[in-house]
Structure formats: C-alpha cells, structure tokens
Design a protein. Sequence first.
Length: 195
Amino acid sequence: MAKTRTFVAIDADDAVRRRLAALTDRLRPYAPDANWVEEENLHLTLLFLGDLADAEVAEVCRRTEWIARANPPFTLRVAGVGAFPNPVRPRALWVGATDGAEEICRLQADLDEDLTELAPRGENRSFVPHWTLARMGRRGAAVSPHLTDVLAGLADHEAGELRIDQIVVYSSELRPGGPDYYPLATCPLGIQGKA
C-alpha cells in the first residue's frame, strides 16, 4: 500500500519569501555545501507526520481543518537568524518568529495533541517556530569559520510581518534535486470559532 509523506505547515507570502531568499543568498557563501531550501519550498513546519496511508491522510486533513477553525488568524513577525543545535556546529540554518510566536505555538500544540495519535513520533523535541533555510546533511557540510560571526550579526534580522490566516497540509515527495511539496488541504483559521 502506498504511503504519503505528510506534514502541516504555514506558507510565507511572496514578500517574506523574497526576503528569506535574499537572506539565503547572503548566507550561502558561508556554507556552500549545505542543502539550501528553494524559495518556492520555504515554509514553517508545524507538525511532521511522516508516511501515512490514504485513510490517515484524509483524517489528518479533516482534523486540521477543525483545528484551524478553532484558532483565530494572527500576525507573525519573521525575525532572528540562528542555527540548530548551535552556530559552531550547525545542522540547520533558520529564521525564527517573534511577535505571534505564542499564537503559533498554541496552534502547533493543538495539532500535536490531536494528530500524533495517527502518526506517533519517536522524538519529543520542543517546538521552535522557524523557517529552515539550509540543512547541513547527515555528515555535516563544511562551513566558513566566519559563519558564527555572521549569524550573530543577523540575530535581530527582520524579514517582515506575515498575516497567518490559514495552514496547509502537504505531501512531500523526496527527489534527488530536493523535495517537491503538494498541498493536500488548505485550512482557513478562525472561520467558525471553536465547535
């Protein structure tokens, strides 16, 4: 039986996406071997669910729609550049969220509570809202010794405000040139309030 690699995310609007892409171009020389996220694929993952059967995907879409309706729209400030787990030995480079982070964490917690029974996760990491700009790969990519200083200089970098009025359930197909994402359900926030 075919499975669908599934996640729930927030998209950036065109203006924020362009600013994130410009930031990527600025950082690329400091980690040229990293796997950089293409501009059209920039998103903020709320919950990764992994490989699901068709019936599970349909249930995820249904539940996500209900959760979205129960959460009001909000504004998120896209700001702050950093690295996981740290700038000295980065595994990923990211841009974070400031204003609106509380709302996004509440939305993520609602999704996590309701959806993980369909796809239990083996890890239990704290959610940190962010847009991944680059991954270093399993072996790690070579990075410039100046990257730490560059990231410190971008700690307060602002990529703009984003009105969050919907979330999207995506499928992901892994390909040699990078993943392709396909929207399965677009779920508006706050349409009918809590049911």
